[in-house]
Structures are given as structure tokens and as C-alpha cells.
Design a protein around this ligand. Structure first.
Ligand code: GLY
Length: 373
């Protein structure tokens, strides 16, 4: 994809740009002005990201004439709850939020989800700008309008589809991202290659072969490597899928590849043990094995995917303590189960998937039991 090609989510109801650039945050005031977002800015960030990027951003925005209010939530999934959300509402209402104001979500998926839902619901909805600072949020969570919080009974059970006015991903912020989180983000990049863009998959293989382990810790950023281009290419998959199916009534489910097993694994291990991307990587391996077991893809695809995941520092092996029967039971309770049948997204070739709800539970059980730890 050419570097300057514009990424724009275009659905029947909305249209917004997704900008992926090194140094993009410096140009945020300009982008806000061109979208005529000239009310007060309600910046939500977390305790890890705010000191690294929030302070400087706030200063830049104030310098450009904006009124900025900031709120820092504790970093981590545990913050994505109704109590934190209620505190965000009180903060904004006490501060005199108006309908012409904008919420800026600066951080990873947790910040994007909770701040996004606050924007969706306060005063029946004010403008939202997503400023993802993790690889995972850049290529997945910040694009497409899924917002919400967890409920004691499950993840992401309270929320809304609410599209931002702009997504601005500054790839320079990845320099300060802890390497484990960066690795976890590569899982979603690789996933986008497998489900929709074989060329991206090839490029990731090529990049790894050329630069080796350096690509993982991003020391490579300083060597003018194509990381921003690769991320843009992965984001382009998300933009295309969401543009075709904003509310997950059809094609959007393909983004769930690796997530049926991955979500169940996260829950079975206890949230916080595995990062989301780590669980998705293991899930992708398990689900590719299921696809091969029913003859949908070749064993070579399974092997190639495993090699790439491992080259980007992601384990495909099942965690030793994961209870496979518990995982099977959890999968049957997933949000995406319909009429008690799991809807599997399974690869048929690199860059192509099929959605199948006829995979026998026994075959899934055997595949899970056959996975090495
Ligand atoms: N993260 C999957 C989706 O946005 O649909």
C-alpha cells in the first residue's frame, strides 16, 4: 500500500479518517481544527501512558488555544468497569461538559473502550477521537467503534457501537511500549494477514527474515524500517472490514479469528495472566489446527502461521495449566455462539477464511487435547 494512501472508514452512516504516521500527535490540533472540533477536550488516559505522552499533548493542545481537562485511570483491564465509567461521568458533568466538546482517548484498548463508551453515552453522545498508543489498539481496538466496559458476569457485556470522528495513531508512541505488549500486538497484525491480506503475511515473513529479532523490540524504528507502512497495511484490513459491516451482522466476524479459543483461554487462565494478543496467538494456532482437521486448510498453512507467530515472539503452545475442558465449556458460552453452535472463523488459504458452525464439538475437543503445551 502506498504510504500516502488515505485510510477512511466509510459506512452507510459515518465516514472518518484513520491516520497512521510517525509523529502524528504533533499534528492533532490541526486535525481537530479541520474537523471543526473546537469545544473543550476531555482527555482520558492511563497511569502508564499519560506521563509519557499525555502531558506533552496537553501542552500542545493548550498552546493551540484549546481548553483541556485530563483524567487518568489506573492502567490495566481491571479499570474497564462500571465504577470507573461512573467516575468519568461525574468528572465530566462536574466540569460542565457540553455537547460540542470532544473526548480524546489516549492509550490502549482499555482506555479506548471506556472513554469511547463515556463519549457515546454522556449527554447522549459527544465527539470522540481515538489516539491509540499500543500496537493492538492501533491495528484493531481503536478502529471500528466498539466501545464498552466489562461486567462481573463477563467481558465487554455493556457497551455500544460508537464511531470516532478520527483515529490518529502515532507510531512513535510504540517506542515506549513495553516489549511484551508490543509482541502481543503483532498477533493482531499477523491475524489480519491470515484473514484478508496474504501480501501482508509475506511482508511480515520477509521483514522478520531481513531484520531478525530487532524488529520485535523496535530498536529498528530508528533505522527507517517500514514499521509504519506495515501497521497501515494491517489497519487497512480493519478499515475495509468495518466499512463493509459496521455492526457485525456479517463479514466483521472474520476479525474474530483466533478469538473463540483466545477469549476462553483468557477467562480460564484468569484475566491478566495472558495479554489479549498472547491468547489470540494461541487461539489462532488452535483454530488453524481445527481448520486443517476438517480439511479446510493445509497443514503447511498451520506450520507457516506458527513459524511467523513464533518469529514475532508469540507462543503457539497451550499454557500447561489451561484446563481444556473448561475452555471448551467457556467457548460454548461466547457472545458469538448462535443457537448453541460456535461460529468458527477458519482459514482456507492465506488471506482467506470461511465461517463455519458445523464443526463437531468432539473434533474441537480432540484438537484441543492434541495441542502440545
Ligand atoms: N476487535 C474486533 C472488532 O472490532 O470487530
Amino acid at each position: 500500500m502506498p504510504h500516502n494512501e488515505e485510510l477512511v472508514v466509510t459506512t452507510s452512516t459515518v465516514r472518518y479518517p484513520v491516520i497512521v504516521e510517525a509523529g502524528a500527535l504533533e499534528r492533532l490540533p490541526h486535525h481537530l481544527a479541520s474537523l471543526r472540533l473546537d469545544g473543550a477536550l476531555w482527555l482520558v488516559s492511563d497511569s502508564a501512558v499519560y506521563p509519557r505522552h499525555g502531558l506533552a499533548l496537553e501542552e500542545r493542545l493548550r498552546g493551540a488555544g484549546y481548553t483541556v481537562y485530563s483524567r487518568i485511570i489506573p492502567s490495566g483491564e481491571a479499570s474497564k468497569n462500571l465504577d470507573q465509567l461512573s467516575q468519568l461521568y461525574s468528572w465530566m458533568l462536574d466540569g460542565g461538559v457540553e455537547r460540542r466538546d470532544t473526548v480524546l482517548a489516549l492509550g490502549g484498548g482499555v482506555v479506548g473502550d471506556i472513554a469511547g463508551f463515556a463519549a457515546a453515552s454522556i449527554l447522549r453522545g459527544i465527539a470522540l477521537v481515538q489516539l491509540p498508543t499500543t500496537l493492538l489498539a492501533m491495528v484493531d481496538a481503536a478502529v471500528g467503534g466498539k466501545t464498552g466496559v466489562n461486567h462481573p458476569l463477563g467481558k465487554n457485556l455493556i457497551g455500544a457501537f460508537y464511531q470516532p470522528r478520527l483515529v490518529l495513531a502515532d507510531t512513535q508512541t510504540l517506542r515506549t511500549l513495553p516489549s511484551r505488549e508490543l509482541r502481543a500486538g503483532w498477533a493482531e497484525v499477523i491475524k489480519h494477514g491470515v484473514i484478508r491480506d496474504a501480501g501482508l503475511f509475506d511482508q511480515l515473513e520477509h521483514w522478520q527474515a531481513e531484520y531478525g529479532a530487532l524488529s520485535i523490540d523496535l530498536g529498528i524504528l530508528s533505522h527507517q524500517t517500514p514499521i509504519t507502512d506495515i501497521i497501515r497495511r494491517a489497519v487497512a484490513v480493519k478499515v475495509a472490514v468495518v466499512s463493509a459491516d459496521e455492526r457485525e451482522q456479517g463479514e466483521r466476524i472474520i476479525l474474530n479469528y483466533g478469538h473463540t479459543v483466545g477469549h476462553a483461554l483468557e477467562a480460564a487462565m484468569g484475566y491478566g495472566m495472558l495479554l489479549h494478543g498472547e491468547a489470540v496467538a494461541i487461539g489462532m494456532h488452535a483454530e488453524a489446527r481445527i481448520a486443517a482437521a476438517i480439511g479446510l486448510c493445509t497443514p503447511e498453512l498451520v506450520e507457516r502461521q506458527q513459524q511467523l507467530l513464533s518469529a514475532y515472539g508469540l507462543a503457539a503452545a497451550f499454557p500447561v495449566h489451561a484446563d481444556r475442558e473448561a475452555i471448551l465449556a467457556l467457548m460454548l458460552r461466547d457472545k458469538k455462539v448462535e443457537r448453541k453452535r460456535i461460529r468458527w472463523v477458519l482459514p482456507t488459504a492465506l488471506g482467506a477464511v470461511a465461517v463455519r458452525d458445523d464443526v463437531p464439538v468432539e473434533l474441537v475437543r480432540e484438537t484441543l487435547l492434541g495441542l502440545s503445551s
